[in-house]
Ligand binder design. Structure first.
Ligand code: C2O
Ligand code: CU
Length: 488
């Protein structure tokens, strides 16, 4: 365990919270383009039908180079970090023949995708865990445009932290947004020691669980501080996903603006301009940028400090995420951002059932262990929440803890409400939304289709495994009994 972590834990003990620790870039062809950010790997599509993306993916351990002479034996999809970049169009069918060649059980969960319950990848709930050597075919239609991602749902803090994640981008060719270049950025981090062995998922023990362990090396498309080369002023569309298990990214481009046009569930109703961009774990943002600078110079894209609770800013520095290198060509003249808009019909609030969801972290018990709780119980003692098929619910997410919790619901998009119960403007579909420490966030969910038992949890995966997880049974229970199991 690193000395910073030890110091942090000492501070946490003073707070009385936890017990002692015993233990490619994918681009459009265009005239200005010269992007050499690490390309995301595109898998072979084995299906000739242009409306079907059919691929084989295996998970296995592999040596991965994340930077010059920085190698780690990571857990990978098809040998690299991130996993293969799946890119399709709205309405396409995705078929993934997935084989587990890891030393442990796994599954694939399709974060944000409105899949049928059998395709949701939750072991013991929607499918049996896949043991070493098992194959499972995920097969579903991509109904929504947006940037999604896939990751395991077995020991997810460990498995995601070790490198198992990949992006799934669903384009809408009719969105009418014309830019000079498109880049998909998968943000993550990884921790390993001097001989390239992964930091064990349990490092830091119960306190590490409470902090949400962050990997020491920040990665963009699996590389440390890659360079994106472009002509100054080039109009870019960046789709960004945070696949880190705990780390939030507060992105700054030396104060240059980001025009946010969408997020988790595709385009939002109208754009918003931001000076910095907060992407919490599991979330996605879709932004337009036109970075400017002197031809030949370099611009740094940084992750600034963001306080998501004790342990997230102490002894930390601003991190350089990537560099933009401007070519020698004269800067393109400034121009207006293309107008984007989407007609979003908000879900009706009137008549929706109110569901209180209270997140707590009681002090550690005699055994020295702490567990996050949802309405008084950790995951392994929880019973499913319930909803009739077609029921609309307002979830009142009250975070009584001293840490932020990015709330994620499987299978459905929701809409955030303000404290007057009006939809937050601009309208946007979300599947992951930060509930800041000591605050309440309200979301409106239309549980109108695909009956089944759907997970919800904090997407700081250490918190999820530390108890902050439950399920909602939409429609009548299947009759199959199962237990919500404690982490192995
Ligand atoms: Cu991205 Cu249940 O998770
Ligand atoms: Cu959390």
């Amino acid at each position: 365990m690193g000395s910073v972590l030890r110091t942090l834990i000492a501070g946490l003990l003073v707070m009385g919270v936890a017990a002692p620790v015993t233990s490619s870039a994918q681009s459009l062809a265009d005239r200005h383009r010269a992007v050499d950010a690490p390309p995301l790997r595109v898998p072979v599509d084995i299906n000739p039908d242009p409306s079907i993306l059919e691929v084989n993916i295996s998970a296995y351990l592999a040596d991965v180079e994340i930077g010059p002479s920085l190698k780690v034996k990571a857990w990978t999809y098809d040998g690299g970090i991130p996993g293969p970049f799946l890119r399709a169009k709205i309405g396409d069918r995705l078929i993934v023949h997935f084989t587990n060649r890891l030393p442990e059980a796994t599954t694939m969960h399709w974060h944000g995708v409105r899949v049928p319950i059998e395709m949701d990848g939750v072991p013991g709930i929607s499918q049996p865990p896949m043991q070493t050597g098992d194959t499972f075919t995920y097969d579903f239609v991509l109904r929504d445009a947006g940037l999604f991602w896939y990751h395991p749902h077995v020991m997810s803090a460990a498995q995601v932290g070790f490198g198992l994640y990949g992006a799934l981008q669903v384009d809408n060719p009719a969105d009418g947004i014309t830019v000079d270049d498109e880049v998909t950025l998968v943000l993550s981090d990884i921790g390993f020691n001097t001989v390239g062995a992964l930091e064990p998922a349990e490092s830091g023990g119960p306190a590490g669980m409470v902090f949400g362990r962050e990997g020491e090396y920040v990665l963009v498309n699996g590389r440390r501080t890659p360079t994106l080369t472009m002509r100054a002023g080039t109009l870019q569309r960046w789709r960004i996903v945070n696949t880190a298990k705990s780390r939030f990214f507060l992105i700054d481009m030396d104060g240059q603006p980001f025009t946010v046009i969408g997020g988790d569930g595709g385009l939002q109703s109208t754009p918003v301009t931001e000076q910095t961009l907060l992407v919490t774990t599991g979330e996605r943002v879709d932004v337009l940028v036109a970075p400017r600078g002197v031809p030949g110079s370099t611009l740094s894209v940084r992750a600034m400090l963001y306080n998501r609770g004790y342990g997230s800013v102490q002894y930390r520095d601003v991190e350089e995420l990537m560099r933009i290198r401007f070519t020698d060509a004269p800067a393109l003249p400034a121009r207006a951002m293309p107008a984007t808009s989407r007609r979003i019909v908000p879900t009706m609030r009137a008549g929706a059932t109110e569901v209180p969801v209270v997140l707590t972290l009681p002090p550690a018990g005699k055994d020295g262990k702490s567990a996050f709780r949802v309405n008084g119980v950790p995951y392994w003692e929880s019973k499913p929440f319930t909803a009739a098929l077609g029921e609309r619910q307002v979830w009142i997410l009250r975070n009584d803890t001293d840490w932020d919790h990015p709330f994620h619901l499987h299978g459905y998009f929701f809409m955030q409400l303000d404290d007057r119960d009006q939809p937050v403007q601009p309208l946007a579909w979300k599947d992951t939304l930060n509930v800041p420490m000591k605050s309440t966030v309200r979301v409106l969910i239309d549980l109108n289709e695909r009956p089944g038992e759907w997970m919800f949890h904090c997407h700081i995966l250490d918190h999820a495994e530390g108890g902050l997880m439950s399920t909602v049974q939409v429609g009548p229970p299947s009759g199959k009994t199962h237990e919500h199991k404690p982490p192995q």
